[in-house]
Ligand binder design. Structure first.
Ligand code: SAH
Ligand code: SF4
Ligand code: F3S
Length: 457
């Protein structure tokens, strides 16, 4: 690897008398957002300032996602429209990073069809940013680094978007190969960070006053399996729980096949860990789950739910669901509706199946029409809306601790935030409270949030 400090110095020298505004836009999941924060950290070291206005910038970064086709189409649309910006400002540098770049055909497609793009930076190549940027600043037409490096960007300082919520990746990659999913192909195999590094980072964030720490991984439940003599995820939670400070720990995502009793017990026993679990089920049909290679049955999923609800009848759960997987029958879809009615999720994130070239599901024959898929999606959302409306009523009159996150867009004078249970809460309050925990009493429940008033201490 080249000496990055020397390259960074060189970039600083080139940029000395120039405008140095950078705009970084991350698509997709929170892991990508976290990578975007590392890119911003490196850009800051090179002397760039960050702007939210892409029309007055000297460097534009699109940190892409490829989990569904429409996410990719959107990026190509946006990059296409960058052509005129480059015509207006020939010194503008455009870089593309993120998961799209890891598909073999994409860097070539960008080079041939989008000459306005200066460089392509692969998902595990963030450390190569200074080298690629320098190429662009020296006038090189196109360069790319999409190698899969074994390590990851440990030690790259992040420019965090929030001063009170922080995400901390604990592992990268995925070994599960769910048949519909492109992530294992674009993010490589599972690599866990060392527990000491994670603990140190969380301790520093707590000292800086961060109030919410979100641990990230495609399947946090397999954390540590690739480390010799390392600790597992429930043990990591217990270690992080001991750190001093006033903060809540969340994590995402958990694969149901690995959601062990130890994990569920750790959630209950660690006071800092939020009493909420995001547990993607994808489908309620065993036939479809098998075709998806999820390696659990609906019954096994419900066993986890029952254990949680036995310990706390109000325990909060959210999930991901895919509708219209190849040849999902009416019965399969009804099984999904049955499952969501049985579980009573607080919220579901639902997606229409999107065919991803290179995955196993892309080879499966698919006879379901787009119309049927849309219809199923509508029914799923309607059913969930009824469930949420009913299920949120359990919070009526209850006291909740909420992290105030910002001003409500719906009601003037109101703040919005999330409760420990991951429920959106809106309440009247002064904007000076943003970034701190407040206690509220719930006075009204809706299907998307609870409304409350602050309890004076
Ligand atoms: N690792 C996480 C999910 C990451 S992707 C997990 O396993 O929970 C987030 C969600 O996108 C998935 O849970 C799935 O519901 C959805 N998804 C992934 N690939 C998809 C595809 N090809 N079409 C539609 N939805 C998809
Ligand atoms: Fe994709 Fe499955 Fe891995 Fe999640 S666990 S990232 S859905 S392959
Ligand atoms: Fe998208 Fe990559 Fe995340 S494909 S969902 S940005 S891991």
């Amino acid at each position: 690897m080249t000496d990055n400090n020397a390259l960074i110095d060189e970039i600083r020298a080139i940029l000395r008398n120039r405008s140095r505004k950078a705009y970084v836009r991350s698509f997709g999941c929170q892991l990508n957002v976290s990578d975007g924060e590392k890119i911003k950290g490196l850009l800051k070291k090179m002397g760039y300032e960050y702007t939210e206005n892409e029309n007055e910038t000297d460097l534009i970064f699109h940190n892409t996602c490829s989990v569904r086709e429409n996410a990719e189409d959107r990026v190509f649309g946006i990059v296409g429209s960058m052509k005129h910006l480059k015509e207006l400002n020939p010194k503008l540098v455009i870089g593309i990073s993120g998961c799209m770049t890891a598909q073999a055909h994409i860097p070539d497609k960008i080079r041939k069809s989008y000459p306005q793009v200066d460089f392509v930076l692969g998902t595990s190549a963030i450390h190569s940013l200074p080298e690629l940027l320098l190429n662009a600043l020296r006038g090189q037409k196109f360069s790319a680094d999409t190698e899969e490096y074994a390590g990851f960007s440990e030690g790259v300082e992040q420019v965090r978007e929030s001063s009170f919520k922080a995400s901390v990746p604990i592992m990268f990659g995925c070994n599960n190969f769910c048949t519909y999913c492109i992530v294992p192909y674009v993010r490589g195999r599972e690599r866990s960070r060392r527990a000491e590094d994670i603990i140190r980072e969380v301790r520093e964030l707590a000292e800086q006053g961060y109030k919410e720490i979100m641990l990230l991984g495609q399947n946090v439940n397999s954390y540590g399996k690739d480390l010799e003599g390392g600790i597992d995820f429930p043990q990591l939670l217990r270690r992080l729980n001991e750190i001093d400070g006033d903060f809540v720990i969340r994590f995402m995502s958990s694969h149901p096949k690995d959601a062990s009793r130890e994990l569920l017990d750790a959630i209950f026993e660690c006071k800092r860990v939020a009493k909420h679990l995001h547990l993607p089920v994808q489908s309620g049909s065993n036939e479809i789950l098998k075709k998806m290679n999820r390696r659990y049955t609906a019954e096994e999923y419900l066993e986890i739910v029952d254990y949680l609800r036995r310990r706390d009848p109000d325990f909060s759960l959210t999930t991901d669901i895919i509708v219209g997987f190849p040849n999902e029958s009416d019965e399969d879809f009804e099984a999904t509706l049955e499952l969501i009615k049985r579980v009573k999720f607080d919220n579901i994130y639902s997606f229409i199946y999107s065919k991803r070239t290179g995955t196993r599901a892309a080879e499966m024959e698919d006879t379901i029409s787009d119309e049927t898929k849309s219809l199923r999606m509508r029914r799923l959302l309607e059913t969930q809306r009824e469930i949420s409306t009913e299920h949120y009523k359990r919070f009526m009159g209850r006291k909740m601790r909420v992290l105030a996150e910002g001003e409500s867009k719906r009601s003037k004078g109101f703040l919005t935030g999330k409760s420990n249970e991951f429920i959106i809460a809106e309440f009247s309050g002064d904007s000076s409270l943003i970034g701190s925990f407040v206690d509220i009493e719930v006075t009204e429940t809706k299907n998307w949030a609870v409304i409350g008033k602050i309890i004076e201490k």
